[in-house]
Design a protein around this ligand. Structure first.
Ligand SMILES: [Zn+2]
Length: 395
């Protein structure tokens, strides 16, 4: 929520008044300069929204504050000091602390749902930043969110593969619960999370392949220009539930320049619903966006979430550092998933990260069964993998 600042106040004062860590208030107000007076400035307070309240007979400011268990000063601030001439039935603003997540991951989690959730999270938690890192074939924005001010740069992503869209739902639930927990200083899965905020800066791209996810979840409109083409790629079938690729029929996780030339000859030579590595590495806008983001960032580790089989791949071409094994062992302890050092597979995103930077990179295969995993697995997957998300930030 937004309040109007006063000259005699400091951000520290607001942190005490609203019981929100000072670092989160500072990071929510980067438009302010250190020596600015707060007088009349708009101040973002994370973790609250403002609700209208009808004054009842005999309500006074003090009695109302007691009744609603809020500080009288907080009440003044959300009403911008304009509290003269109150009468019965006047409407006033009251600050309401957000104590529940707003993301519901247990549903067909579409691109639109994700975009709207990100917007709402940004409003409630203005210390979270959002960037557009590129556009998909069908011109959807590929979104990255950033949370934290720690030195360790941790990147996570989901839905490289369209029919693995449940990974986006799980990551968005992690994100929301993490934001909620650091703001309210509650624990998440038994862990105090505020130190993680200062330990790591999280870069999260929850949906790398938005067109593919939309194709799987909603199909295409009859007048969509791509309809005929993708039905042809899909061997004439309008059932896209097993589609993995992007809208050009390229498998985005076989597109990276890490021994691509070994993968290419043994995979399909033509576009299709899965496994086609493209005519050259990074030919697709989605993979180019991810590569550019990675080259322009200084990630210390990356974790790509896929489905399924409860395995964690953690090596590539003997180039992973020794620390990768320590991290994967922590992931395994927290999730019960199996560690697998190397696979006969090349040119994935995490392969390229290890190959190019020799830093820890992981592919986590969530859940078990057959893709696409039913959304009824959501809660189980969340519970078994939240420890991977957290270890990704604290290790
Ligand atoms: Zn996958």
């Amino acid at each position: 929520m937004k309040i109007k600042g006063r000259a005699e106040h400091s951000l520290w004062y607001y942190s005490q008044l609203f019981k929100v860590p000072l670092s989160l208030i500072s990071d929510s107000n980067i438009h302010l300069h250190v020596n600015d007076t707060l007088d009349d400035k708009v101040i973002n307070i994370p973790g609250y929204f403002v609700k209208e309240y009808d004054l009842a007979q005999n309500d006074s400011f003090d009695s109302l504050a007691t009744k609603l268990n809020i500080n009288t000063e907080a009440l003044h601030l959300v009403n911008h000091g304009d509290l003269t001439n109150l009468t019965e039935y006047s409407k006033i603003n009251i600050p309401v602390r957000v104590t529940e997540p707003i993301v519901n991951g247990e549903q067909k989690y579409t691109y639109l749902t994700m975009s709207e959730d990100i917007k709402r999270l940004e409003e409630i938690y203005p210390f979270m930043k959002t960037n557009t890192i590129g556009h998909s074939v069908q011109n959807r924005e590929i979104l990255e969110v950033i949370v934290g001010n720690g030195p360790k740069q941790v990147h996570m992503n989901g839905s490289f593969h369209a029919n693995e869209w449940i990974t986006t739902a799980v990551l968005m639930a992690f994100l929301n619960n993490y934001l909620l927990s650091i703001t309210n200083q509650t624990s998440l899965a038994g862990l105090k999370t505020e130190p993680l905020y200062h330990n790591a800066t999280l870069s999260l791209v929850p949906m790398v392949n938005p067109d593919g996810v939309e194709l799987v979840l909603n199909g295409l409109a009859n007048d969509d220009k791509s309809l005929e083409y993708v039905i042809a790629l899909n061997e004439g079938s309008p059932d896209f539930s097993n589609w993995k690729a992007n809208m050009n029929g390229v498998d985005l996780n076989k597109q990276f320049p890490a021994k691509w030339e070994l993968e290419q000859p043994r995979k399909p030579q033509q576009p299709g619903p899965r496994d086609f590595p493209g005519y050259r590495p990074l030919s697709e806008p989605e993979t180019m966006a991810m590569a550019t983001l990675t080259m322009n960032s200084n990630f210390d580790r990356v974790i790509a979430f896929h489905t399924q089989c409860k395995e964690i791949y953690w090596g590539f071409d003997d180039r992973e550092p020794p620390y990768s094994k320590i991290i994967v062992n922590e992931f395994v302890k927290n999730s019960g998933y199996r560690p697998v050092q190397t696979l006969d597979s090349y040119s994935g995103f995490k392969d390229w990260f290890i190959y190019e930077w020799k830093k820890p990179g992981f592919t986590v295969e969530l859940g078990e069964g057959e893709n696409p995993l039913p959304i009824t697995q959501f809660k189980n997957i969340y519970d078994e993998s939240i420890g991977i998300f957290l270890a990704g930030l604290y290790m």
